[in-house]
Write a protein that binds this ligand. Sequence first.
Ligand code: S3P
Length: 169
Amino acid sequence: MSKKNKKRICIIGMPGSGKSTIGRILSEKLNYKFIDTDNLIEKNTKLKIKEIFETKGETYFRILETEALKKQVGFNNIVISTGGGIVIHNGDILSNFYNIYLNCDLETLISRASRNKSRPLLTSNIRKKMLNLFNERKELYNNISDLKINASDDISETIEKILEFLKDD
Ligand code: S3P
């Protein structure tokens, strides 16, 4: 198999794993363009993700999510932070990117999600729902990822680790 182009980076992982923050900082360090698929969807629809789920449903959101990702194919020097569910339907599109999986321990994910009420899939019974999402998706994250990084630690340490991996060929 030919080597993946590390200049087209997608950040994947569970909600609360730090995809947006880490993706943004990484893009700045690399001097790459930064895209956050959720932000792009919100900008294009002028609706919050939560409102899209409430008024149009998850299926509609997933279509917008696929479109947002598809638009980035072919660009170099780009870091894309994705929503936690991007791996459900988009394995083919993701194969165009170097996918970095931010693997975070469940307690950290649960405590972060408990402080942020903007996630429509995690508004109540957060522990149970987080566990269900993780069990449904862990295999997808593992299979799709080109690099799996422990992201439970300090953000700057996580970024340093990623930069090290991007260096070697
Ligand atoms: C989702 C995660 C969210 C957002 C939407 C659906 C998911 O993004 O895309 O609420 O299915 O896990 P984050 O992973 O940034 O929270």
